[in-house]
Design a protein around this ligand. Sequence first.
Ligand SMILES: Cc1cc2nc3c(=O)[nH]c(=O)nc-3n(C[C@H](O)[C@H](O)[C@H](O)COP(=O)(O)OP(=O)(O)OC[C@H]3O[C@@H](n4cnc5c(N)ncnc54)[C@H](O)[C@@H]3O)c2cc1C
Length: 335
Amino acid sequence: MPDYKNILPESDFTVVGASFAGSLLASKLAPYGKVLLIDRIQPGTRLKCGGGVRAKEFERLGLDIPHVKVDRILMVEKDKSCRFNSKYVVVDRRELDAAVLKKALAAGAVFHKAGYFSHQTAENIMNVNIGAETVEYKYKKLILANGFNPCTGGKFYGSSYVEIVESRSRHEDALYFKLLDNTVGYCWMFPLPDGRVNIGIGSLSGEPFSRDDFRRFKEEQGITGKVVCRGGGMIPLLPSTSVMKGNVYFFGDSAGMVFSANGEGLRNIIKMSDIWTDCIVKGKNLNIRWMTNRTFIRLLISAMVVKTISSTGKSGSKIYNLLSRTAAFARSCLQ
Ligand SMILES: Cc1cc2nc3c(=O)[nH]c(=O)nc-3n(C[C@H](O)[C@H](O)[C@H](O)COP(=O)(O)OP(=O)(O)OC[C@H]3O[C@@H](n4cnc5c(N)ncnc54)[C@H](O)[C@@H]3O)c2cc1C
């Protein structure tokens, strides 16, 4: 095997995955030591998101990227609809990832295009693919922010598909959701800058999403423009209880940081990034900090509810829709 020192620079923190979670953490770790960030693809080239992020958390990022501000959530099920006020921002996720990576590089992190293969905790060594070569790399602290993997991340996950289309949303000031009547899940349509929309479908029951449901939704909403980009992926629905194993840490989707009731992950990643930074830098027990945190408890309760609903089979979508509308109605009454 070639000597790792000739290819990848030494680092105090090695972050695998330079998408949103990895790049954000790299930017926060950079003031405390040398950060090596690797990804098997160029960050900012893959669409994996609706791009909806709570305005409060988006502001914390301090990024100057194009975005649309919305004030309302609109939830529709057949002929019933419910709306409540909530301040969100919608971004093109590819631009968000590119901007966060830029921030990490400006803070001193170093990026290399390389694929993580495996690691051995006893020797602090990981195997990395660079082009056709596999090299060994000795890490000090390894952060796996490489997204959700069903082989290691558990069996409870959802599936989704998303497009960016050159069309205008009929609900320019809202995040629009249509609850599905045959599966636990929903279609969404979010307005993007420059007359584009982010439109997609997510199934939260473990069942595959329906392409027919997505096609019908696009037709209903009159979204007929040119498709600029397609993407999607799996959505982890259960937060991990083990986010630190020795010198190895998990962050983002690899730690299951998604609110399973609506598939929202970015907000939790932003909220948790300071706690992760503190524990990684100071060597504190992250598992205890995480499992006693309100975000973990919120994600766990939501996961248990969605899992129970999904296990009821065909009636699952009716229960999910009823609970979603009840929650939306309760929020609208409180405003
Ligand atoms: C269709 C869809 C819509 C969504 N919409 C929203 C939304 O509107 N709002 C919201 O808050 N959340 C949304 N989410 C959830 C949100 O996208 C995720 O929580 C978020 O992307 C997690 O970021 P991450 O960096 O942890 O993982 P990822 O974005 O999955 O990034 C993982 C990175 O690791 C890299 N990687 C993987 N394996 C390796 C390897 N072996 N070696 C090197 N690199 C590797 C990948 O190339 C990738 O760049 C959505 C999810 C989906 C699937």
